[in-house]
Design a protein around this ligand. Structure first.
Ligand code: CP
Ligand code: NVA
Length: 309
C-alpha cells in the first residue's frame, strides 16, 4: 500500500531509485560527520525508538541503538522474552501500544507477516531489522560499502554463493530498483523465492541470474558474497545442509576463479570453515568489517528519511 511505502522501511523496492540513492548519500554524509568526532548533529533529540527482537542479534541491535543515541535519541531493547509477539500479546496490540510511547519502531521477527502487521497497526514508522523473508537494512549497508570500495553499484557484478535466503531476497529487491548484475549460486532446491526472482526480473532494471554452478558464477565478479547455510530458525537443519551445500563454500580457490579485483563480503555472523574459510574472511580483499560498520550509517540515514529530519 502507498501508506507503507511512505511510512515504513520494509522492502527496498517500496522506494524508488532516487530515494534509495538519496538515503545512501545521506548515510555517507552523516558517517563522515560522526567519524570526524562531531556530535553536534542531534536530530533524534527527545525521540525514542522501540526495538523488538524475536531473534538473536549483535550488529542490528548495537548499530541501531548506538546510531540512534549518537544522533540524540534513546533506544529501548526488547528481547525475545520481553514481548513474545503473537504469544503473550497480539501483534496489532503491540504496534498500537508502542506507537503511543515511541517515535519509531524497529523489529526483527520470524514471519514476514509480523512486520507487515506491525507496520499496518503502528502509527509511527516501522523499520525491518530482518525477517525470515528479507533483510533490507543489511543490503542498504552492503551497497554503501560497495560504493565506498568500488566507486559505484551500477554495473558491478555481485555474486552471492549459498542459500537462497532473506539476504538474497533483499539483493533481488535492490536489483529491482538500482541497475547492477546480481547472480545467486545455490544448491538445487535452495533457490530464492520464485515470485521475488520474477518480480526483480520483470522490473527490467538489472541483469539477474540464478544458477547451481558457483565456479561459473563467480567469474568476473566484483563482489563474492556469502551467508550462513542455516539461518536463524533453521539451525536444526545445519548438519544436513552441510552435506547438501558441499561445493558452495567460499574458499581461496573460488576467490581465485573470481579474480584479483573481487572483494569478499558476508553479512555476519560467519561460520568459518563452513560457508567460508578463515583465510577468505581474513584476506586483504575481505571487507566484512567495513560492511558491518556501515549498518549503523545506512540505518541512521533510513531513520532520518522516515522521521523527516
Ligand atoms: N548481519 C546481522 O544482521 O547481524 P546480527 O544478526 O548480529 O544483527
Ligand atoms: N540469513 C541469516 C542472516 C543473519 C544476519 C539469518 O537469517 O540467520
Amino acid at each position: 500500500t502507498a501508506k507503507s511505502e511512505l511510512k515504513d522501511f520494509l522492502h527496498i523496492n517500496d522506494f524508488d531509485k532516487s530515494t534509495i540513492l538519496k538515503i545512501l548519500d545521506r548515510a555517507a554524509e552523516v558517517k563522515a560527520l560522526l567519524k570526524s568526532g562531531d556530535r553536534s548533529f542531534q536530530p533524534f533529540k527527545g525521540k525514542t525508538m522501540a526495538m523488538i527482537f524475536a531473534k538473536p542479534s549483535m550488529r542490528t541491535r548495537v548499530s541501531f541503538e548506538t546510531g540512534f543515541s549518537l544522533l540524540g535519541g534513546h533506544a529501548i531493547y526488547l528481547g525475545p522474552d520481553a514481548i513474545q509477539m503473537g504469544k503473550r500479546e497480539e501483534t496489532r496490540d503491540v504496534a498500537r501500544v508502542l506507537s503511543r510511547y515511541n517515535d519509531i519502531i524497529m523489529a526483527r521477527v520470524f514471519a514476514h507477516q509480523d512486520i507487515l502487521d506491525l507496520a499496518k497497526y503502528s502509527t509511527v514508522p516501522v523499520v525491518n531489522g530482518l525477517t525470515d523473508y528479507n533483510h533490507p537494512c543489511q543490503i542498504m549497508a552492503d551497497v554503501l560499502t560497495i560504493i565506498e570500495h568500488i566507486g559505484q553499484i551500477e554495473g558491478t557484478k555481485v555474486v552471492y554463493v549459498g542459500d537462497g535466503n532473506n539476504i538474497v531476497h533483499s539483493w533481488l529487491l535492490m536489483a529491482a530498483v538500482i541497475p547492477f548484475h546480481f547472480v545467486c549460486a545455490c544448491p538445487k532446491g535452495f533457490e530464492p523465492d520464485k515470485e521475488t526472482v520474477e518480480k526483480a526480473q520483470q522490473a527490467g532494471i538489472s541483469k539477474i541470474e540464478i544458477t547451481n554452478d558457483p565456479k561459473e558464477a563467480v567469474k568476473g565478479a566484483d563482489v563474492v558474497y556469502s551467508d550462513v547455510w542455516a539461518s536463524m530458525g533453521q539451525k536444526e537443519e545445519a548438519d544436513s545442509r552441510r552435506k547438501i551445500f558441499q561445493g558452495f563454500q567460499v574458499d581461496e580457490n573460488l576467490m581465485k576463479i573470481a579474480g584479483p579485483k573481487a572483494y569478499f563480503m558476508h553479512c555476519l555472523p560467519a561460520e568459518r570453515g563452513v560457508e567460508v574459510t578463515d583465510e577468505v574472511v581474513e584476506a586483504p580483499n575481505s571487507i566484512v568489517f567495513p560492511q558491518a560498520e556501515n549498518r549503523m550509517h545506512a540505518q541512521n540515514a533510513i531513520m532520518l528519511h522516515l522521521l523527516g529530519v
